[in-house]
Write a protein that binds this ligand. Sequence first.
Ligand code: GLU
Length: 280
Amino acid sequence: MFVTRFAPSPTGPLHLGHAYSAILAHDMARAAGGRFLLRMEDTDLERSKPEYDELIQSDLAWLGLAWDGPIHRQSQHIAAYNARLEPLVATGLLYPCSCTRSDIRAALVAPQEGVAFNVYPGTCRGRPMASRLPGDALRLDLAAALRALAADLGFTETGPTHAGRHRIDPDQAQRQIGDVVLSRKGEDIVAYFLASAFDDADQGVTHVIRGEDLFDFTPVQVILQHLLGLPTPIYHHHHLIRDDQGKRLAKRDDARALSKYRAEGATPADIRRMVGLPDR
Ligand code: GLU
């Protein structure tokens, strides 16, 4: 059974880019006779707001997109995600890191197009787990993890720009991803890509449909899936909806918020046309 999800972060209003992503995932699920799930990726407890959570639901309902089953909210499972990381501690592939809170926060959020992924210089690498202090983050020793895993790690992509089978190149992964932070215990912090990997597996997601800005992040999710014994779904990274200057729409572009178009009298069919999707 085809299972996909729309996984917004309720840190702002949905804009046309989100509408495109949600409609595409919904339509692909319905065309395949599958399931379309809604997940709130609200692990950023400071920026996530209940009013955006509600607005997202109302925008999706207005667009005519009904999701299957209850909404999954990541903020309610942070302790469980961290607990499920503990078996990895015993493998020696993680190390405690005491670099600053802002370094770590910056490394935890979903990446944005055009912003280079912050590769950690390895300051704390090699520290034994026994030296872990309260408030230390847990980092993945990526080189060690790649050595421990099979050489032919990869994933299948069906999106328009990168369709095909992608092999994860260890050298490239180390240059581009590095030793990512996975969590910070006691502070209710978990990396978006880790929570998302657990949820995709738990919810039986077979197809991850999301924007191309997340394509470069897929290898780290695939590596984590292998380390944690989780299946790797098929990925479909769609093109991004851009503004007149060719810039990707961001949450702060309130001018293109769906709610604004709604208030101005646009119809769901208008939105479909604006993002280049066929009428239903
Ligand atoms: N929560 C992420 C975002 O708002 C999407 C993550 C995903 O679809 O895997 O960009």
